[in-house]
Design a protein around this ligand. Structure first.
Ligand SMILES: Cc1cc2nc3c(=O)[nH]c(=O)nc-3n(C[C@H](O)[C@H](O)[C@H](O)COP(=O)(O)OP(=O)(O)OC[C@H]3O[C@@H](n4cnc5c(N)ncnc54)[C@H](O)[C@@H]3O)c2cc1C
Length: 410
């Protein structure tokens, strides 16, 4: 059986259109290297470029046109993303995982303002979930939202909030999608609200955290931040359900039509150029890295196919996430075995030309197992979804199961 996706002639014609548009609109000086954190002039350019893509409906191609998406099929969307990846351009959008939640849960007015602003690239947002004492057990979070007339006052601390904020990055996000306790006396999962907390108001501060992978994560403090009623998404006690529409996507429930795997390609090229797969052990390790990567591609493809036809999923999203995380560790270990110290060099006379991506891959390998829930947490979710845990749960609604993507819209 052939598991590769083959684009049609019409789709390849669309690729030519995208490539030509990128050649005209991408400033070659703004290309990013995997080693660089995006800042200053490149950040500014990437933000303006995202808006240009948004104006064409190419920033979030499968979302409905009436809200600023492109109304395109997932295949054309995949082509756009493959071409952007190839062109190595910065596209500044922040964290886009609020989009599924907004699609499913926001009112029409909220969609006109927030979903549209996000799909066209005008608004930037970050995910503001994890707290110093509550990561895996997110539902126990302590940030409070207290009613004050029609408004809410939000107070709490969040950590690891990802996005380029800080030195050299000229723009804070427009809002932080935040989960907070709205009823301290209500049972678990029925006590939270999902808020779009503005950042240009009194009481919000973001401070970059100093992690081994750089300063891309922030510590957020909210001290009595006033939030209007129009910024509560879903009902005032439905925040857990709304947050899970975000998490379904983060866990890989949407899957991807994977294009080129640049890291694997670069690893296999370097290995073959330098003759490093010359022993049974190193050859086996290189093969193992390739096999886990291919299996990951198939999980992505399967979830993408399910998502596209609007099929409800159970364990498949978290299975994809689990594999993404475990495969990253297997690949990093194999690269380190095959390449030795070269896998860790980027800025030295001995560094491999074009090897920055591999070095970044090594540095990020462990960190990558945390965002969106660790390996153990994906197993817990799968157990609940297939009914072998003490508690059972169903997948939260997504734009796919709610019939709101370009491909599933009737
Ligand atoms: C690079 C990076 C980017 C991130 N970006 C964001 C972001 O943008 N926004 C955001 O809100 N958060 C973000 N996070 C936070 C991420 O979601 C959390 O790190 C993750 O959910 C784990 O939480 P924790 O770090 O508090 O670890 P803990 O919850 O303290 O877990 C510690 C260890 O205990 C294990 N463990 C915990 N509970 C169980 C259990 N029930 N059964 C078995 N094992 C268990 C975990 O698997 C883990 O190994 C990011 C994290 C990283 C590293």
């Amino acid at each position: 059986m052939d598991f590769a996706y083959h684009y049609s002639n019409e789709q390849e014609t669309f690729r030519k259109e995208v490539r030509a548009w990128l050649a005209e609109n991408v400033d070659p000086k703004m290309k990013t290297s995997p080693r660089e954190e995006i800042e200053g002039e490149v950040w500014d350019w990437g933000y303006e470029f995202a808006k240009k893509l948004g104006a064409k409906g190419w920033l979030h191609p499968t979302y409905p046109k009436e809200y600023g998406g492109g109304g395109l099929t997932p295949e054309l969307s995949a082509i756009i993303h493959e071409e952007l990846d190839l062109a190595q351009v910065p596209v500044i959008t922040g964290n886009t995982l609020d989009l599924p939640a907004l699609s499913v849960w926001a009112t029409e007015e909220q969609k006109q303002e927030f979903l549209k602003g996000r799909l066209t690239g005008e608004l930037i947002a970050y995910q503001n979930f994890t707290e110093p004492g509550h990561g895996s057990d997110l539902a126990s979070l302590e940030t409070k939202a207290v009613r004050d007339g029609d408004d809410w006052l939000i107070t709490g601390n969040k950590v690891y909030v990802s996005g380029s904020h800080g030195k050299g990055r000229p723009r804070t996000p427009d809002y932080l999608f935040t989960v907070a306790v709205t009823d301290p006396d209500a049972p678990r999962h029925r006590n939270l609200g999902y808020f779009l907390v503005p950042t240009n108001v009194e009481g919000v501060s973001l401070t970059p955290m100093n992690l081994v992978t750089g300063n891309g994560q922030n510590h957020v403090v909210m001290d009595n931040v006033r939030v209007g009623p129009d910024r509560l998404i879903g009902g005032e006690f439905q925040g857990w359900q709304v947050a899970n529409s975000t998490l379904e996507h983060e866990h890989g429930g949407r899957g991807e039509l994977p294009g080129k795997n640049r890291v694997m390609e670069s690893f296999l090229n370097v290995t073959s150029d330098r003759g490093w797969a010359g022993t049974d052990h190193t050859a086996n390790q290189a093969m193992e890295a390739y096999i886990v990567s291919e299996i990951g591609r198939l999980f992505e493809l399967r979830n993408h196919a399910f998502y596209t036809v609007g099929q409800e999923m159970t364990f498949q999203g978290s299975q994809n996430s689990l594999w993404r995380k475990e495969k990253g560790l297997v690949q990093a270990a194999a690269m380190s075995d095959v390449m030795g110290p070269y896998s860790l060099l980027d800025d030295s006379a001995f560094a491999i030309e074009g090897g920055e991506e591999l070095q970044q891959f090594q540095l990020n390998a462990i960190g990558r197992t945390h965002p969106g829930g660790t390996i153990e947490i994906q197993k817990v979710i799968m157990a609940r979804r297939i009914g072998i845990s003490r508690t059972t749960e169903r997948a939260a609604p997504t734009p796919s199961t709610a019939g709101q993507t370009a491909s599933t819209k009737k």
